[in-house]
Design a protein around this ligand. Structure first.
Ligand code: HEC
Length: 99
């Protein structure tokens, strides 16, 4: 088992294959495209670190209600909170603190 924070942060967070089409039709439109309006790019840990640090509640609030250029529900009207968390953790390549 990884015991130090350094080892833990090196763990890659993948995406559930069932969520791949959801990611492709919604989040990826902005979060995998550097030409868009400043969305933090998927798998860019540095860009996501300060955002992920906000915790689950704030991240879900910003995803569901929108946040600046981030549209409400991230263009996925039928996503559940659990799916949003999985999508965010995939993009951040890091786990969200559950508090
Ligand atoms: C239309 C473009 C667009 C789509 C589609 C989109 N996002 Fe975003 N997202 C953005 C932009 C732009 C930001 C940066 C907002 C800022 O920091 O000003 C952002 C930021 C975020 C953040 C960080 C919010 C914070 O508090 O820092 C999360 C989480 C997020 N998006 C999740 C998602 C998820 C999950 C999806 C797919 C279900 C998604 N986004 C789809 C444009 C988009």
């Amino acid at each position: 088992m990884p015991s130090t924070a350094q080892q833990a942060s090196a763990v890659e967070v993948g995406l559930d294959p069932a969520l791949e089409p959801v990611y492709q039709r919604s989040c990826s439109v902005c979060h995998s495209n550097a030409a868009t309006t400043g969305a933090p790019l998927a798998r860019d840990r540095g860009a996501w670190a300060p955002r992920i640090a906000q915790g689950r509640e704030v991240l879900l609030d910003h995803t569901i209600n929108g946040f600046n250029g981030m549209p409400p529900m991230g263009a996925c009207a039928d996503c559940t909170e659990e799916q949003y968390v999985a999508l965010i953790e995939y993009m951040a390549n890091a786990k969200i603190k559950d508090e």
